[in-house]
Write a protein that binds this ligand. Structure first.
Ligand code: AHG
Ligand code: MN
Ligand code: MN
Length: 333
């Protein structure tokens, strides 16, 4: 069977759906290139001396790992020269950065989490990269963070890469969700999942149980009902998984269903995950795969950001489960 590369897929999409012009194609291909470089760095691990802490904190007060910084640099270097970007913002940078003056500017904004699941690097568990692409309004100054304050529904494309047993890229351009596997021999992303669809119902949930004492009542109710199993109101046994790398947990949900939660709670009053480069791209992908993504009260992608590094409660996955949890929130109001 003929193998379809990322480049071919993007061209095909432009021919059938439109909206994937030269700039967007160039940008997504560059993101793919940078993720190949990140994959290589992660894969070398201790051999290249890239494990462990960087000795610095990011703007959110989190200790940076060496690979957080390396991945951030690789992503910037691979994407800034191509002429597709007006500006970019990242988890690891306090402010948006504009494109160096000697490179041409383009119509898009790139927002990214260069390395998701950094706590897993040193224990050799899957990590990833998450990205979201927005349009830069004409005449806007992309060094002004307000330019990035667009709700998730404005995303043009979103994706993530999982550096796991295989290196996988999940992508949406707003017409469904597809997956590519990195073929290291040819250096190409090959289309391996042409149509990712989340099963509607599930028997699996994903939450950090150590936060239970801080959870809001609707989340306690939902999880307790899952834990009650066959003898409880749900009438079936549930299973629990928590990788602590959102990319890996979301990929599992895209593959076999389930629900992922990092709700706002008494300790993380605004949530733990970041709206612009974690919650929004994942919400876009999950909804395009037939699932749902809410913060408890509303659809994540309707939230208008007020801060670049704004946090957000996240409940996403199989549609019926997410709706049930949303219903519990409503009942509790
Ligand atoms: P990051 O490594 O980019 O800071 O993100 C980590 C996130 C997410 O990947 C994961 O689901 C969650 O934080 C893990 O949180 P706990 O450490 O509370 O389990
Ligand atoms: Mn992250
Ligand atoms: Mn990160």
């Amino acid at each position: 069977m003929k193998r379809i590369s990322l480049s071919e897929y993007l061209l095909q999409q432009e021919r059938t759906q439109g909206g994937v012009g030269m700039h967007l194609r160039q940008l997504i291909e560059s993101v793919g290139q940078s993720c190949q470089s990140i994959a290589h760095a992660i894969n070398q691990g201790a051999l290249a001396g890239v494990l462990g802490g960087a000795g610095s904190d990011n703007i959110q007060g989190e200790a940076q790992k060496k690979l957080d910084v390396i991945s951030n640099d690789l992503m910037m270097q691979a994407t800034e020269w191509g002429g597709s970007l007006a500006g970019m913002a990242s988890e690891e940078m306090e402010h948006p950065i504009s494109i160096a003056s000697h490179y041409p500017k383009g119509p898009y904004l790139l927002v990214f989490d260069p390395l998701d699941g950094s706590s897993n690097i040193d224990v050799n568990v899957s990590v990833g990269t998450i990205f979201s692409i927005l349009k830069c309004p004409a005449e806007a100054d992309p060094t002004d963070e307000k330019v990035f304050f667009q709700p998730g529904v404005s995303q043009v494309a979103a994706g993530f890469v999982v550096y796991g047993p295989s290196t996988l890229m999940v992508l949406t351009l707003g017409h469904g969700v597809v997956g590519f596997t990195l073929d290291r021999q040819s250096g190409s992303w090959i289309l391996t999942q042409p149509q990712i669809q989340i099963p509607e119902e599930t028997q699996e949930f994903s939450i950090n149980m150590s936060n239970r004492r801080n959870w809001p009542a609707p989340v306690v109710r939902y999880i307790d009902e899952c834990l009650a199993g066959k003898g409880g109101v749900r009438g079936k046994d549930f299973n629990m998984r928590w990788v602590a790398s959102m990319v890996a947990d979301v990929y599992r949900i895209l593959t076999r269903g389930g629900v992922f939660m990092y709700p706002a709670d008494a300790k993380h009053t605004e949530g733990r995950l970041r709206l612009l480069y974690e919650a929004n791209p994942m919400a876009f992908i999950v909804e395009q795969a037939g699932g749902a993504a809410i913060n408890g009260h509303e659809s994540i992608m309707d939230v208008v950001p007020k801060k670049l590094h704004q946090r957000q409660g996240v409940i996403l996955g199989s549609k019926k489960e997410v709706e049930l949890i949303g219903h519990y929130y409503q009942q509790h109001q």
